[in-house]
Design a protein around this ligand. Structure first.
Ligand code: COA
Length: 373
């Protein structure tokens, strides 16, 4: 078994950005229109009116201030409330392939590697644009990489689950240079029609390069000291979109085919599970929480991250210890913790320890303990 490092990280961000004020203005217009259109049913007590969104609520409840999306025009159009996407032909790269290649190229540059040196590609994300052929195999082809590739989906935990799979493959010699990429186009699964959900997500794509420590070509890579995963079934975060929808006898409500959650329960149940997993993982590695210089946590909710960091450290974490990117990006699903890692790693000194940790639907939790070389 070989020791592995993360030798490079990359980030692709869409050009379009939407502030909370813009999002609230468009949903307010859409909601007022919807309530007017359904006035008779609402007055007859057949339907509930839809509640108006609030900018103040969003910042207070989540910490989100803006998000990037692939198409702000479609999302902000009160008559559409979802992105526009050009339908691409089979002879052109799919959009998830295109953004994956952009993020991977950035990660390979940092790792001092060329695309043709890659021999394993894992596309790990919450939503895949098609069933097959695997997006990962399309990415492998577009990069000119060799070896093998596959897609995996563990919702917001996809990145850490993918990193464990890649580390295992490299450690056992099944690959010499693996990339894990997280093309999260969450605006495709976000219900922009309901105030409970419209503010939560943003689009982004992240990538990491994993290779044997012995052949790593750059300074300052991160040694992977260990990975640990956990899952426990819960219905509190669901998206029932799938290939069997068309066969089901009872048609589903449209909102069931998009992201939905019971956010309060998620908050309450997931925070202790995450803190326990990180603490147990550190103990297993013979490390103390006080030795951690940084926690690159999944970016869904600011208060959630503050609580997890406080439980692990035994005191409130400073902004340097648990950096926040969700204010700018919102929840980018599996990309969130990797964006935090990508943006907030340069100041760590050789020997400094950090934990990359994601959590989300499933429930699923992943922890990757890293030491700067
Ligand atoms: N604007 C104004 N009011 C809103 C609102 C909005 N956009 N959304 C909800 N509200 C209202 C609710 O109707 C509720 O009113 P009530 O008390 O009269 O019933 C109140 O505000 C509180 O709603 P609630 O949904 O309980 O808010 P919350 O404080 O739990 O915050 C989340 C909601 C989603 C921000 C929060 O629960 C969260 O982030 N949880 C973690 C989710 C998570 O990590 N998911 C992982 C996904 S990968």
């Amino acid at each position: 078994m070989q020791d592995c490092v993360i030798s490079g990280t990359g980030l692709w961000v869409p050009n379009d950005r939407i502030s909370n004020a813009e999002l609230v203005a468009s949903l307010t217009a859409a909601t007022e229109r919807w309530n007017l259109e359904h006035k008779a049913e609402i007055e007859a007590g057949v339907r509930e009116p839809r509640d108006l969104p609030s900018e103040r609520f969003i910042v207070k409840a989540s910490g989100v201030e803006s998000r990037y999306v692939i198409d702000r025009r479609g999302v902000l159009d009160p008559e559409r409330l979802r992105p526009h996407l050009r339908t691409r032909g089979e002879d052109e790269p799919g959009i998830q392939c295109e953004i994956s290649v952009a993020a991977i190229r950035g990660a390979l540059d940092r790792a001092g590697r060329r695309p043709e040196e890659v021999d394993a590609v894992l596309v790990a994300c919450s939503n895949l644009q098609r069933a097959y052929p695997a997006v990962a195999i399309e990415v492998q082809d577009a990069l000119g990489a060799s070896g093998w590739a596959y897609d995996l989906n563990v919702a917001c935990s996809s990145a850490t689950f993918g990193i464990q799979a890649a580390v295992d493959a490299v450690a056992r010699g099944h690959a010499r240079c693996a990339v894990v990429v997280n093309p999260e186009l969450t605006s495709g699964h976000t219900n922009f029609e309901l105030r409970d959900y419209h503010f939560i997500f943003g689009d982004a794509c992240t990538a990491v390069v994993i290779e044997p420590a012995a052949t790593c070509a750059v300074e300052g890579a991160f040694e992977v000291l260990g990975t640990r995963l956990a899952t426990r079934f819960s219905n509190n975060i669901r998206n029932d979109f799938g290939f069997l929808n068309r066969c089901e006898d009872e048609p589903r409500e449209p909102h069931e085919l998009l992201f939905r959650q019971n956010g309060r329960k998620v908050f309450r149940e997931v925070c202790p599970m995450v803190a326990e997993l990180i603490t147990d993982h550190l103990r297993e590695l013979g490390l103390e929480p006080s030795q951690l210089k940084r926690m690159w946590l999944h970016q869904a909710n600011l208060a959630m991250n503050q609580l997890i960091a406080k439980t692990v450290l035994g005191r409130p974490a400073g902004p340097d210890e648990a950096p926040v990117i969700l204010d700018e990006f919102a929840n980018t699903s599996s990309a969130g913790s990797v964006i935090a890692f990508h943006r907030h790693q340069g100041d760590l000194a050789p020997g400094d320890l950090g934990v990359l940790c994601s959590f989300g639907a499933g429930y699923s939790i992943g922890s990757v303990v890293l030491r700067r070389r």
